[in-house]
Design a protein around this ligand. Structure first.
Ligand code: GAR
Length: 195
């Protein structure tokens, strides 16, 4: 059975989708939910699902190196085979990411390579895009980059706001990320396109 650690900073809806998918004949199980944000609602949701949680508050460390060293201690203790970033909003340094090279996944709410970084939906709307979506990729040293493992497209509808578009993309995230995680846990890294 593969061991999966999930890193988050906020609501944790992707974490819930991932965790709820890892049952039955699924080849992986969630072993840790780790957050840099003590107030992240995702922590309580993880506890309700019976998953071990840890907090490494970035504000408690003077620099990124100290924060990442503490993260590494917490992560290593869980002995994860795979690390899934699910709304984890801190930038990780190249050495940290190299430690989990090929074993760390991320979901980003845009059709990468478009709209790396923050405010993806506002930028897609401002650009008049007719479609939007989300991307699951392997984490490499570059921000929101690395080999694509899956991409889910949704239409942009007339009258869409950031909120309505984000909600449509979020639904797709909850389908795409579990599907990609399962394939990766099975050793399949072919790109998955949804729908
Ligand atoms: C998701 O939309 C995810 O794609 C995004 O944060 C949200 C987290 O929601 N991630 C990023 O923007 C990473 N750069 P959640 O906490 O409910 O899963």
């Amino acid at each position: 059975m593969k061991r999966v650690a999930i890193l988050l900073s906020g609501a944790g809806s992707n974490m819930v989708a991932l965790a709820e998918s890892m049952t039955g004949d699924h080849p992986a199980r969630p072993v840790l939910v780790l957050s840099n944000e003590p107030a992240a609602p995702g922590l309580e949701r993880a506890r309700a699902l019976g998953i071990a949680t840890r907090v490494v508050d970035h504000r408690a460390h003077v620099d990124r190196a100290g924060f990442e060293a503490a993260m590494m201690v917490a992560l290593r203790a869980a002995r994860p085979d795979l690390v899934a970033l699910a709304g984890f909003m801190r930038v990780l340094s190249p050495p940290f990411m190299a430690t989990f090279s090929g074993r760390m996944l991320n979901i980003h709410p845009s059709l990468l390579p478009k709209y790396r970084g923050l405010d993806t939906h506002a930028r897609a709307l401002a650009a008049g895009e007719s479609e939007a979506g989300c991307t699951v990729h392997e984490v490499t040293a570059a921000l929101d980059d690395g080999p694509t493992l899956g991409q889910g497209r949704v239409p942009v509808r007339s009258g869409d706001t950031v909120e309505t578009l984000a909600a449509r993309v979020r639904e797709m995230e909850h389908r795409l990320y579990p599907a990609v995680l399962r394939r990766v846990a099975e050793g399949n890294r072919e790109v998955l396109f949804l729908p």
